[in-house]
Design a protein around this ligand. Structure first.
Ligand code: SAH
Length: 338
């Protein structure tokens, strides 16, 4: 702003209209002098993402499909839960990882999103009337955030900075299959951003069959990285009937969780994924949970959300579930997803 011959507070004023009190365009920044608004509009583009679909579930979960300038479509989910609103955002259009049960994987990879397209999902929802202002943001939409670190790194700054969106780092969770260089990059950030790891199987042999990425980043190396991560880590574990839900899996998972002091989130399989998997039975879920508790692991079973609106959709992790916080785990209450 100095170079433009404007006082410094003007820059803050304009910034406020990007994130805190978002304006749809420069023209709408009514506390900025008209002449400056015009100069800004001719020098800069304030990109928008267009909402293609906006669906609301009976349980209040709301799913948006955004259309990007090149025609790519990405999904964002808003999950209200009492006073909390969790936004589940996408970091890539499609995904290269091909996890066996995941609909995005089945679509294949299209491209990385730019920071403005990732943070833009949050901005667009804040521009709605009435606005959606999240208390938590999770990178659990489409894509692998740690394979798009450059843009995710910038987005984390925008979402957390006091002059940006201003959301506390502990309310922002990056979820990964275990991309090691990305975990290290996230660990190097001084803020308390949270890390969630999609474990889904407690042995290499089984994990390889569900997550091809396990060949490149084997479980033991991912667990080592989780141990080195100084903040609390969450394990995500999608419960697949007859595949990874036996007692022996629970025992092995418990050992891994203990090694890195992880919190375990058990996720009922969301229908509409890929492959021919079925959900674990309630009895298998109970047995699995009981074993983890017996091993003194903090565990929560997520509740599926938005089942009715996700059904028809390519991916929609509308199940960005609500977890029931276990007693005594309040301090981690914002780690878990949604
Ligand atoms: N690539 C990152 C983030 C996106 S996926 C990651 O894998 O962590 C977010 C979570 O949804 C992951 O744990 C993923 O395994 C899980 N998921 C994918 N398909 C699912 C389905 N059909 N039901 C339940 N969870 C699913």
């Amino acid at each position: 702003m100095n170079d433009a011959g404007e006082p410094a507070y003007r820059a803050r004023q304009v910034l406020r209209h990007l994130w805190q009190k978002p304006a749809p365009d420069f023209e709408a920044m009514s506390d900025v002098p008209r002449e400056l608004r015009q100069r800004l509009a001719s020098a800069f583009v304030l990109p928008r993402l267009s909402i293609d679909t906006d669906r609301i579930s009976a349980d209040g979960t709301r799913k948006f499909l955004f259309r990007l300038a090149d025609g790519q479509a990405i999904e964002t989910v808003a999950i209200p839960d009492g006073k909390r609103v969790t936004l589940c955002i996408s970091s890539q259009a499609g995904c290269a990882l091909q996890c066996a049960f995941c609909a995005t994987g089945a679509m294949g990879f299209a491209r990385n999103l730019e920071a403005f397209e990732i943070a833009g999902q949050v901005r667009e929802l804040a521009l709605l009337d009435p606005p959606i202002r999240p208390t938590n943001i999770v990178f659990m939409g489409m894509g692998e955030p740690l394979m798009n670190w450059r843009a995710v790194d910038t987005t984390l700054t925008i979402l957390n900075a006091p002059d940006g969106f201003g959301l506390g780092a502990r309310h922002i969770t990056v979820s990964t299959v275990g991309v090691l260089p990305g975990i290290e990059a996230l660990a190097r950030r001084p803020e308390q951003f949270r890390l969630a790891i999609s474990v889904h199987a407690p042995s290499d042999a089984l994990r390889r069959t569900l997550m091809p990425v396990n060949v490149k980043y084997p479980l033991a190396a991912v667990i080592e990285a989780a141990k080195r991560f100084e903040r609390r880590v969450t394990f995500e574990y999608v419960m697949l009937g007859g595949v990874n839900d036996a007692l022996e899996h629970a025992i092995a998972l418990g050992r891994l969780a203990k090694e890195c002091g992880a919190f375990v989130n058990l996720i009922p399989l969301h229908p509409g994924g890929a492959g021919s998997f079925t959900r674990s039975s309630p009895a298998a879920m109970r047995r699995f949970t009981a074993e983890l508790k017996r091993a003194r692991i903090e565990v929560a079973v997520r509740k599926s959300r938005g089942l009715d609106i996700a059904a028809a959709c390519g991916q929609l992790r509308a199940e960005r579930l609500r977890r029931r916080p276990p007693v005594g785990a309040q301090q981690h209450g914002d780690v878990q997803v949604a």
